[in-house]
Write a protein that binds this ligand. Structure first.
Ligand code: FPP
Ligand code: MG
Length: 328
């Protein structure tokens, strides 16, 4: 039985204080927007969720000895970029709940949610530039990869995808921003010698994070996750648990049949999605996907070992392990 340990609580001792400053930095950036443009106070929406990317940035910065204030700005840029991508993603997914609150897509419709996402993206670039000018170009590269991953996913809906294809999308869609977080820490610490190591460590951490996200879509608690579950299969997205089920000699034919029924069913009919998810969970395919995520986290250790040893590196390794074990 997995034990739920919030990633944040197990992170380095002084991360909480820094995170409060990151949150303050995001609020300060948002407060510069005139209410007639967008009134952030009038729309209940969380602009900082689990803050996994901020934590990862701060831990990497601490490990590498980067300036804490600049790292805080980079962490804020990472979270703003992430939230901007979610505002767009919720339009693509017609998602109604995010971080335990109605999505901005639900509150404002597609147009408003996309434009607030664009606004946030611009603020993120400002914040990245304030941390260090070279981080802006790196962030443009990360956003490009994220959009490429999201487009690959969009083009693959209802198309049979294999595990390698799914991992490629994941590395782009989610790995790219974690990669940027690690690169930002590396640039801020002026450790150019570690850029390649940080890029691989960051991308790998993002892949682990997304693999667990995909498992949680099948077996997570919607309340704890703060968003609807079973969205991926209902949207025709072939994530690893489903791919493993379809490729299984015993469960495969039934999984394919249920998937066809799901595709044909009206959106309001949850029956086929529930049946398919039961088959995926009870067939052990979520457990297998999670085991794969843990293996990938384990494989990142030699990269983490190349960073300066100490309390920071230990906390960073713990963060990566906890990411593979998270239940929300
Ligand atoms: C959430 O993953 C979404 C992402 C990790 C990235 C989505 C990227 C874009 C929409 C491209 C545009 C990017 C920017 C920066 C404007 P998910 O859909 O698997 O998770 P979910 O269950 O939370 O929706
Ligand atoms: Mg989504």
């Amino acid at each position: 039985m997995l034990e739920y340990t919030p990633v944040m609580q197990r992170a380095a001792i002084n991360i909480e204080d820094q995170l409060r400053k990151v949150n303050g930095g995001i609020s300060a950036a948002l407060s510069g927007i005139a209410p007639e443009i967008f009134d952030f106070k009038a729309h209940p929406f969380s602009f900082l969720g689990k803050a996994a990317r901020a934590r990862f940035t701060l831990l990497a910065a601490q490990t590498l000895g980067a300036d804490a204030a600049r790292a805080g700005r980079a962490a804020a840029a990472a979270e703003m970029t992430h939230t901007a991508s979610l505002l767009h993603d919720d339009c693509l997914d017609t998602a109604r709940y995010r971080r335990g609150l109605p999505t901005l897509y639900d509150q404002l419709g597609v147009n408003g949610a996309i434009l607030v996402g664009d606004l946030l993206m611009a603020l993120a670039f400002d914040e990245a530039g304030a941390a260090a000018p070279e981080l802006q170009g790196e962030l443009a590269g990360a956003v490009r990869r994220m959009a490429e991953g999201a487009l690959l996913e969009e083009n693959s809906r209802w198309k049979k995808t294999d595990a390698a294809g799914a991992e490629r999308m994941t590395a782009l869609k989610t790995g790219a921003l974690f990669r940027w977080c690690a690169l930002a820490a590396c640039h801020l610490a002026r450790r150019q010698d570690l850029l390649e190591t940080c890029a691989r460590l960051g991308e790998g951490t993002g892949v682990v994070f997304q693999m667990v996200d995909d498992v949680l879509d099948f077996e997570g608690d919607a309340g704890a996750c703060g968003k609807e579950t079973l969205k991926d299969i209902r949207e025709g997205k072939f994530t690893l648990p489903l791919i493993l089920a379809i490729n299984d000699g015993t469960a495969g034919p039934e999984a394919e049949k249920l998937l066809e029924a799901l595709r044909a069913a009206p959106a309001a009919d949850l029956g086929p999605a529930l049946e398919l998810s039961k088959l995926v969970r009870e067939g052990g395919f979520c457990a297998a996907a999670r085991a794969d995520a843990s293996k990938k986290a384990e494989e990142l250790k030699p990269l983490a070992d190349q960073l300066p040893a100490g309390e920071g590196a230990d906390a960073l390794k713990k963060f990566i392990n906890d990411t593979a074990r998270r239940l929300a």
